[in-house]
Design a protein around this ligand. Structure first.
Ligand SMILES: NC(=O)c1ccc[n+]([C@@H]2O[C@H](COP(=O)([O-])OP(=O)(O)OC[C@H]3O[C@@H](n4cnc5c(N)ncnc54)[C@H](O)[C@@H]3O)[C@@H](O)[C@H]2O)c1
Length: 321
């Protein structure tokens, strides 16, 4: 605080404006600096006397954190906080906040769009019409009725819990694999639990919703694709590296599985992964699952609210460290 005025630095963002953040923070006497600082050097110049930071992609390293003399809160637009040195922040008693629940409807709907787009061969059929080919069965075959198909969900957190009621009436059967699922949730949703092996062997669509960590990196590789049905699709709206991309490429090229719907890739924007988008049984979207106009407003509101609450000495909505 400068006298009785706080200083909040919005280190960087790619939004059109920060009206929502400014409105939230107008509750306290606060100067807002919009910096667009992208690297350590630029951050050191703008952050030293900040009481709070609002951050999008800028790397909040140990050096940046140690350079700040009175910062109490770092609030990130988004869920992941891997751009922030949590240990260094903890040592300086700086609260690191995120927004874990701002786009649940959007990702669930995006996942459903990928599932239905693959099942109904929307992209393939549309591309053939664009090439002036008017042929349903010749281009689309085989298309199956989803009422006789099985969907597998890997992970049953917030997003698949939102998806589940939407797909319950579409699919004949839905199987869930989540080794950490609480018993109460199984009862609440009356879901069918399966082993990972059962999901691989019996599902026609497998949708990934677990977090990326040491145990889930490359959860799907050559062996898993070999176990899947050749008519099965894999959908990933979680994190790219849960799938081994080059093994997925081989699996699709060799017909081990029927195709894939990917909103996330190992490397974003993609390098070699672009090759995957050339298959007409693969749909790739550019990490778009989170996006809707209202989801962005919600994200901006909650990110600023975290800062406001900490500076007012109240409990933030979500602290990660
Ligand atoms: N595409 C996008 O734009 C977008 C947007 C938001 C979130 N996401 C991603 O979606 C994923 C799911 O989000 P969420 O909010 O549902 O997560 P969540 O934290 O609510 O739930 C994660 C679930 O995964 C389960 N899990 C952990 N390890 C597992 C394993 N090895 N196998 C199976 N399940 C496991 C946990 O028990 C938990 O139920 C996250 O990785 C998140 O980063 C993507």
């Amino acid at each position: 605080m400068n006298g009785d005025k706080y200083k909040v630095v919005i280190t960087d963002n790619d939004f059109e404006n920060t009206d929502i953040e400014e409105k939230v923070l107008s509750e306290i006497n606060c100067e807002i600096i919009k910096a667009q600082a992208k690297n350590e050097e630029e951050l050191l110049q703008v952050c030293s006397d900040a009481d709070g930071l609002i951050v999008q992609y800028a790397p909040i390293t140990e050096k940046v954190i140690n350079h700040m003399t009175k910062c109490r809160v770092i609030s990130r637009y988004g869920i992941g906080v891997d751009t922030i040195d949590l240990k260094a922040a903890k040592l300086k008693d700086i609260k690191v906040c995120n927004v874990p629940d701002y786009c649940i409807d959007e990702v669930a709907d995006h996942c459903l769009a990928l599932i239905l787009g693959l099942a109904r061969k929307v992209v393939k059929l549309s591309n053939s019409v664009r090439s002036e080919i008017w042929d349903t069965i010749g281009v689309g075959k085989p298309i199956f009725n989803l009422k006789v198909q099985t969907l597998g969900l890997v992970g049953f957190g917030k997003i698949p819990q939102n998806l589940y009621p939407k797909v319950r009436y579409i699919f004949n059967d839905i199987l869930i694999y989540d080794p950490f699922i609480p018993e109460a949730l199984i009862e609440q949703y009356s879901i069918k639990i399966a082993s990972f092996y059962e999901i691989l062997r019996s599902c026609d669509f497998i949708s990934i919703h677990c977090p990326l960590n040491e145990t889930t990196k490359y959860l799907f590789g050559k062996r898993e694709f070999q176990l899947m049905k050749p008519t099965a699709y894999i959908i990933n709206t979680s994190r790219g590296a849960i799938i081994n991309t080059s093994e997925l490429y081989q699996a699709i090229r060799n017909g081990l599985i029927a195709g894939a719907g990917l909103d996330v890739l190992e490397k974003e924007p993609p390098g070699m992964d672009f090759e995957l988008s050339k298959f007409d049984n693969v749909i790739i979207t550019p990490h778009a699952g989170f996006y809707s106009e209202s989801a962005l407003d919600d994200l901006k509101y909650k990110t600023a609210l975290n800062v406001l609450k900490v500076l007012k000495g109240e409990e933030a909505i979500n602290v990660v460290n």
